[in-house]
Design a protein around this ligand. Structure first.
Ligand SMILES: [Cu+2]
Ligand SMILES: [Zn+2]
Length: 185
């Protein structure tokens, strides 16, 4: 009995002090429908995990796309105009071929396919050292666009996986230090 109480207290103290070490929110992108920019369809949150790694937690809530698979990539220009066309091609700081995340070759923003459920909800999470939020860094993701496609990425076709129309878009923006205390969600 005494041991478990001590263990519980210990865990409690650990969780309390541990909370300040949680990854810090450093950037985010609010995603909207390209056909109607008043309609939000998701959120990308980027956290500094330390040691040069950044985590993306992506959530999509796109009811019009329920029960489908959508492809997600970072595109090189942070401009969602012209139905996402202004974002141009895939952001490709390492000059690699388009492909599947984690495979031999892929673009640094090839997040890949995300399955949406019956309500249009889906999520993805990635931790990588391919991104940074440092000005002038070739890996800097700030100002890039995140495009949600209405089709499935085949991970093969160059240069963009034959992923279909651009149905959602958002621009990655830096989160200022004063508001970066929010915990991971
Ligand atoms: Cu794309
Ligand atoms: Zn790509």
């Amino acid at each position: 009995m005494k041991t478990s109480l001590a263990a519980a207290l210990c865990l409690c103290v650990f969780m309390f002090t541990g909370s300040s070490l949680k990854p810090k929110l450093v950037a985010e992108a609010r995603l909207f429908q390209t056909a109607d920019v008043s309609k939000p369809i998701g959120m990308a949150k980027f956290y500094d995990e330390g040691k040069g790694k950044i985590r993306l937690n992506l959530t999509i809530d796109y009811s019009e796309r329920a029960d489908s698979m959508v492809a997600v990539h970072f595109h090189e220009h942070g401009d969602c105009g012209n139905m996402g066309g202004n974002s141009h091609g895939h952001w490709n700081p390492t000059n690699e071929a388009h492909g599947k995340w984690g495979s031999g070759a892929y673009h640094s923003g090839d997040i890949g396919n995300v399955q949406l459920d019956a309500k249009g909800h889906g999520s993805a999470s990635v931790v990588t050292d391919r991104w940074s939020i440092k000005d002038g860094d070739v890996k800097d993701i700030i100002g890039k666009a995140i495009i949600v496609h209405g089709g499935v990425d085949d991970y093969k076709t160059q240069p963009s996986g034959n992923s279909g129309p651009r149905v959602g878009c958002g621009v990655i923006e830096k989160v200022k230090a004063a508001t970066s205390k929010s915990h991971m969600q």
